[in-house]
Design a protein. Structure first.
Length: 355
């Protein structure tokens, strides 16, 4: 209900840039009402902005299709489809974890609205066969509605380090929270560090954090201190792309044994592009990714002992590490570069809209 002059002031680039510098990770437990309002589209509180979007897009040449980057934006699909007279596709990636972390009231309401809205779009793209299966079950849609487009990566800034790190390091790169498997990594490292020949191995942790994560992180640090391993811990920031690359280049192995896996495992492609091997378990999209980019190995389960065993096998076998590193670098260039990804994406769109 704000007047247009106030909207223009709030939309000013300098104001947005200033606020953006203060931004951090958001806690989706607090975003239920906003998410539901967005999913309701023309019935939500953002309808004024939706009207502006439709008017703006209607001024130009009619698009062949509109592709929404997340199912969380599907609330705009109905209006766009009607106003522009073109197909609307939705790219599903990561919505399940976001919505499932909400309180039950908002979680149920968001899934109901998402099911209704996604049933109206012309096609759905997703980042892995695993995530397609998950969304088929959650949205109640037939599997044939989904096109799998495995993700790609801008490889221009990625490369292995000029020389390997002197000390072997095992890394974790994701949000520093229980759901991403950080506790499993710390437990596995405590096990590995006691084994003969593993006295020099370090543990490098990096990723985003919320205020609610801080007590959990402190507990993991206390566990490492109690085990006499604090000197072998490196806790780093990796918020920018270059920081992520620098972090990865210091590792030998990467593991993110997620409790509830995301659909894409992009950190596995990033690791392969930096010459880092990944060790994951069989759940989620991990086996699917390693089939296409064989830059690591699967362990039997995400149990800390299985994880520690898999780490030790690789750290003690330089020949297989060299082979997997070379395979990963070649495969990530061939399959995960932007040109290959764009071709897959275009083919999936064409299969839905024709042409």
């Amino acid at each position: 209900h704000t007047p247009r002059w106030l909207d223009r002031w709030l939309d000013h680039p300098r104001l947005l840039a200033g606020v953006g510098r203060l931004s951090g990770m958001t806690d989706n437990r607090d975003l239920g009402p906003l998410t539901l309002s967005m999913l309701r589209g023309e019935q939500g509180h953002q309808v004024k902005e939706l009207d502006r979007l439709v008017a703006f897009l209607s001024e130009g040449p009619p698009p062949d299709a509109v592709i929404l980057s997340s199912a969380l934006l599907v609330g705009v699909a109905r209006r766009l489809r009607t106003a522009l007279g073109c197909p609307v596709l939705v790219h599903c990636q990561g919505e399940a974890g976001f919505i499932d972390a909400m309180p039950p009231r908002w979680r149920s309401a968001c899934w109901r609205e998402l099911r209704r809205r996604c049933a109206e779009v012309d096609g759905l793209l997703t980042v892995s066969a695993y995530y397609a299966g998950l969304m088929v079950a959650r949205l109640g849609l037939p599997p044939g509605r989904f096109q799998v487009v495995h993700p790609g990566l801008d490889l221009s800034a990625y490369s292995p380090p000029p020389s390997p790190a002197l000390l072997p390091a095992i890394g974790y790169l994701s949000r520093l929270c229980p759901a991403k498997g950080l506790e499993r990594v710390v437990s596995a490292f405590c096990d590995l560090a006691r084994r003969p020949g593993m006295e020099a191995v370090q543990l490098h942790l990096a990723g985003g954090r919320l205020a609610v994560d801080e007590p959990f992180i402190r507990r993991q640090v206390r566990r490492l201190r109690a085990a006499g391993l604090l000197a072998r811990l490196r806790l780093r920031s990796a918020s920018s792309p270059q920081e992520r690359i620098t972090f990865l280049q210091q590792l030998r192995l990467l593991s993110v044994p997620e409790v509830e896996p995301e659909g894409y495992g992009l950190y596995m492609l990033e690791a392969a592009a930096c010459g880092v091997l990944t060790v994951q378990d069989h759940q989620g999209p991990f086996a699917e990714i390693l089939t296409r980019v064989p830059s690591g190995q699967l362990c039997h389960t995400a149990d800390p002992q299985d994880l520690a065993d898999a780490w030790q096998r690789l750290l003690e076998d330089p020949q297989i590490c060299h082979r997997l590193r070379h395979q990963g670098l070649e495969a990530v260039k061939a399959y995960a570069g932007l040109e290959a990804y764009a071709a897959r994406f275009a083919a999936a769109i064409a299969s839905v809209i024709g042409g």
